[in-house]
Design a protein around this ligand. Structure first.
Ligand SMILES: O=P(O)(O)OC[C@H]1OC(O)[C@H](O)[C@@H](O)[C@@H]1O
Length: 299
C-alpha cells in the first residue's frame, strides 16, 4: 500500500495503476511532463513542453511486470553496477530497479517544477543480498531540466562499498547521426574487448556495438543530434565514471524487449555512474549523493 499522508501540496500529479497493480506517477506541470514507475523508482518519460521530440527513449515492448526492469527511461543501478562482484546469481546492475519504492513527498515548487521524493522499501530478498543497513532516497525535480539525486545513507557500524548509476536511455534521431563529446582523452575499460583499457582520442561516433566504462570522468557530456537539431547536456556531481552503451544489431537480437527491428537505433545510453575502481565507500552515519541534471537545447 502506498501511504499518501506525506504528499504535500502538489496539484500537478496523478497516480495510476496497471492491471497487475504496479503504480505510476504522472506529472504535468507548467514546464514539463513526466512519468515515473514506483517499482524501481524508474523515470519512464520526461519532456519539457517546448521541446519537440521525446528526450528519454522507452522501448515499445518494455515489460511492466513485478520484478522486471523497464527497458528505457532511467533505470537505477544500485548497489552494484553490472554483474555482482562475487555472486552471479544476483540481479545484474543491483536490485534497486526491480523492487518497490514508496512516495515520501511530491511538492510543486515556486518556479513551476515538481519535486518527487521516493524511498526504497527493502524486501526480504534485498536483506538476503546485503549484510548492512542503509537508507536509499531518490529525489527527482521535473522542470525545464530534470535533476536527479540518489542519496545513500549508511545506517550500519561498518563502511560499505557501492557501485551505482543512472542507466539513462536518451532518444536520438539515429545512432549513426550523433556525436558524444566530453570524454576526449579519457581512459576507458571496454567491456566488448574483455575490459581492456584504451584512451578515447576524439569525440565519440558510433558504427558498431559500444560498451565502455570511462574512468575518472567528472565532466559534462553532450549528445549532439543533427537529425533532431538539438543537444542534450548531461551534467553530474559525485560521479567519477561515465558509461556509453549501444547494443547494435547483433546483440539486440538476443534481447527480448528492445522494441521493433530498428528501434534500438533511436537510443543511446549516456550513464552517470560510479563503477569498477570508482566504486564509492560510504562510511557509518554518512551519506553519498549521486547527482545528474539533463538539459535539452534545440537549434
Ligand atoms: O539488460 P540490462 O541488464 O538492462 O543491461 C543493459 C546493458 O547495460 C550496460 O551498460 C552493460 O554494460 C551492458 O553489457 C548491458 O547489456
Amino acid at each position: 500500500m502506498i501511504s499518501e499522508k506525506n504528499i504535500l501540496a502538489a496539484e500537478s500529479y496523478k497516480i495510476t495503476q496497471n492491471e497487475i497493480g504496479l503504480k505510476f506517477i504522472t506529472i504535468d506541470n507548467e514546464l514539463a511532463s513526466a512519468k515515473i514507475a514506483l517499482q524501481g523508482a524508474h523515470i519512464m518519460q520526461w519532456k519539457p513542453h517546448d521541446i519537440k521530440n521525446e528526450v528519454l527513449w522507452l522501448s515499445s515492448n518494455a515489460r511492466y511486470m513485478h520484478g522486471r526492469s523497464i527497458r528505457g527511461g532511467v533505470p537505477i543501478c544500485w548497489p552494484w553496477f553490472g554483474a555482482h562482484p562475487t555472486d552471479g546469481s544476483f540481479c545484474p546492475h543491483g536490485f534497486a530497479r526491480v523492487i518497490p519504492w514508496r512516495i515520501n513527498e511530491i511538492i510543486d515548487l515556486e518556479n513551476g517544477a515538481t519535486k518527487v521524493t521516493l524511498v526504497m522499501l527493502p524486501t526480504p530478498e534485498v536483506n538476503r543480498q546485503l549484510s548492512y543497513q542503509f537508507n536509499l532516497e531518490f529525489s527527482i525535480t521535473i522542470g525545464s531540466s530534470i535533476h536527479l539525486d540518489l542519496k545513500t545513507t549508511n545506517l550500519s557500524e561498518q563502511p560499505f562499498l557501492i557501485g551505482e548509476g543512472y542507466h539513462t536511455y536518451f532518444e536520438i534521431s539515429d545512432i549513426e547521426n550523433i556525436e558524444v563529446t566530453g570524454l576526449e582523452n579519457k581512459i576507458y575499460s571496454d567491456k566488448a574487448r574483455g575490459y581492456k583499457k584504451f584512451t578515447q582520442e576524439d569525440q565519440i561516433k558510433f558504427d558498431a556495438e559500444f560498451d565502455r566504462v570511462y574512468l575518472n570522468t567528472k565532466d559534462t557530456c553532450v549528445i549532439h543530434d543533427q537529425g533532431f537539431s538539438r543537444k542534450i547536456t548531461v551534467q553530474k556531481q559525485n560521479s567519477e565514471s561515465t558509461v556509453i552503451w549501444t547494443p547494435w544489431d547483433k546483440k539486440v537480437k538476443t534481447m527480448v524487449d528492445m522494441g521493433t527491428e530498428h528501434e534500438w537505433k533511436k537510443m543511446i545510453c549516456v550513464e552517470t555512474v560510479n563503477a569498477l575502481e570508482n566504486s564509492v565507500m560510504v562510511y557509518p552515519n554518512q551519506s553519498h549523493n549521486l547527482i545528474a541534471e539533463y538539459l535539452v537545447q534545440e537549434y
